[in-house]
Structures are given as structure tokens and as C-alpha cells.
Design a protein around this ligand. Sequence first.
Ligand SMILES: Cc1cc2nc3c(=O)[nH]c(=O)nc-3n(C[C@H](O)[C@H](O)[C@H](O)COP(=O)(O)O)c2cc1C
Length: 305
Amino acid sequence: METNALSIGFAGLQLENPTMLASGVMGYSAESFHRIAKSGAGAVVTKSVGIQPRVGYVNPTVVQAAAGLINAMGLPNPGIDVFSEEIKFSKTILRVPLIVSVFGYSAEEYATVAKKAAEAGADAIELNVSCPHVKQTGAEIGQNPKILAEVVQQVKASINKPLIVKLSPNVADITVLAEAAVKAGADALTAVNTLKAIAIDAETMLPILANVKGGLSGAAVKPVALRCVYDIAEKFEVPIIGCGGVSNWRDAVEFFLAGASAVQIGTAVADDIEVFRSVTKGVENYLRKKHYRSVKEIVGLAHRK
Ligand SMILES: Cc1cc2nc3c(=O)[nH]c(=O)nc-3n(C[C@H](O)[C@H](O)[C@H](O)COP(=O)(O)O)c2cc1C
């Protein structure tokens, strides 16, 4: 087996191993990104940053579900101008790619934030499109192919770095949104963000989260996320990053077989920061046992059936 069996390159990014920190789980500090990289992550995605500072929702913002978490944080973030300094500092200490997650309420806002993040040194931009559009209440940008395409086009035109679009699973057919993103210039897709969910307390007889509804993550969402990756890989050549419920090497392998070139890990990091190392080690052993020289060789193999 090659010594670099786990390294993989796509969309202009080169990773030493195919695991990444998912957006939102370890906040905004350079120190926490450094800690994640030291724990074996092949790349780090920041929490989503917007044009202005936001305090987010009041507590409770996270609630435990049977096999995962439901969160509604309200996108608390320091705003891109303050965060740019952290990006610059992160780049002096991080030896793995730093991907800055960006959100906005219009194409212009996304483009402005992405440009500033790229200028500060982000190695790639990931668009969190699970946000409402300023002129279209009720729906998320990532649920409307026309609006999504407009956002992707404007961001693409304003940066010179790889552009990753993180898709929402809360749609009837994710390949319609994948197609819109790819045609508009996405270099890679992350599939997926959280699934719309709610938790209700039988005692108080009320929803638990301050925001009432939230997004489900963790083991419960894995089969849905896997299906999303499979559906996209079946139709398009675009590199895919699988995200949703990865907590061990077997989960990661399933995503590679479905067509993902890398996986992001979010909820499982809260339980064990060393999860990146155990996933990577397990994938390496799996490849050796199955006589594959590189993780690249197993990407999409489930599509033979
Ligand atoms: C507490 C928490 C905060 C999150 N914040 C963000 C965020 O800021 N931006 C984003 O794109 N996704 C965010 N996510 C979604 C994750 O990046 C990921 O898509 C989702 O949790 C599924 O992966 P997992 O099952 O490995 O956690 C958040 C998830 C959690 C649990």
C-alpha cells in the first residue's frame, strides 16, 4: 500500500487524509482549529460567518435526540471583519486547509463575505445555503434552484479560491439543487446540512428549543445523508464531501462507496475530538484488508449494483 493511501485531491484542495471538521461544531478560534488539526483532521471548516456580528438565539439552542442532536443556534458569529483577523492568524499556525463557511441573506452579501474571507487567506469557501433569502420569507436559499444559482454565480465571480456548496437535505430532489450549484460554478458539493426537526417536552407540553424548530444531526441522519451523496454521484461528476452522522471508519467508508471523496464530521467531535484519527486509521486498515492502494479507488464503488 502507498504511504499516502489516504491523501486525496479535488477541486483544487489537497488533503493528507479525507476527514474534515464540519462547520459549526468548534467555533471560530484559531486555537480550536489547531487542536482539531492536531487530532488528525485533514481539513477544517469554520463555523458559518456573515457580514455582521450576530448574537444568535437565547438558550436552549441544542437538545439531545435519540441518536443525535437538534440545534438552532441562530448563526451567532463575530462578523467577517473581526473574523478575518482570526483567519489570518489561523493560517500562520494551521498546516491543513482552512475552509471558511459563509452565510448571507442575498447573493451580494454572500459574495462580499466570501471575498473578504478569501482575501484573509481561506483556502476554500463553503457556502451554507440553509438560510432564508432576504426577499423570500419561509424558504431557504438552498431550497430554490434559481436563487441558489444566483448566489453561487456571484460568489464564484468574486473569489479566486475553490468554491464548495453545502446542500440542504430539506428538499424533494437534492439533484435539482446539485445541478443548479454545479452549473453556476460550484467546484465541489458538501452533502448535507442538518435535517429540519423539532423536540417537544411532554411535561411542559411545549417545544424545547427557543427557536421551536432546529436541525437534526448525528447518527440519526446518516442514511439520509448517504442517500443524498449516492443520488448526486449517480448524476454528476462533481467532487462530493459527505456529511451527516459520521462517527467511525465504517461510516466514512460507506460515504466513499456512495461517491464522496471526503467526509466531514460534526456531532461526533463533541463526544471525541480524536475521532478523526480513529476514522483515518480504520479506513487505512480497511483499504489494506481489501487490497486497495488508495482511498480514491473506492470512491463510488457502490454504484456497480
Ligand atoms: C451545534 C451545531 C452547529 C452547527 N453550525 C453550523 C454552521 O454554522 N454552518 C453549517 O453549515 N452547518 C452547521 N452545522 C451542521 C454541521 O456542519 C453538519 O452539516 C451536520 O451537523 C451533520 O453532520 P454531523 O452529523 O457529523 O454533525 C452545525 C451542526 C451542529 C450540531
